[in-house]
Design a protein around this ligand. Structure first.
Ligand SMILES: [Zn+2]
Ligand SMILES: [Zn+2]
Length: 73
């Protein structure tokens, strides 16, 4: 058995409601991909059960980190 992230693997799409304007927030990829050489101030622990994604509001550009539950395949 293997645990995978359904968002990274394009199995599922998760749209989240923006807490600020109630617009639609879309997946921008894994948070790790936004952590270049300058993003070291906040280390992200990769969990076996969760994948951390960055969501961005299509209306107000508010960004939010969302933990995605990995699924067992
Ligand atoms: Zn993922
Ligand atoms: Zn918004």
């Amino acid at each position: 058995m293997e645990k995978i992230c359904p968002i990274c693997n394009k199995i599922e799409e998760k749209n989240i409601c923006c807490p600020k304007c109630e617009g639609i927030m879309v997946d921008k990829g894994r948070v790790q991909e936004y952590m270049g050489p300058y993003g070291a101030e906040m280390p992200i622990k990769d969990s076996e059960d969760y994948c951390l994604h960055l969501y961005c509001c299509t209306k107000c550009a508010f960004m939010k980190r969302v933990y995605i539950n990995k699924i067992v395949i």
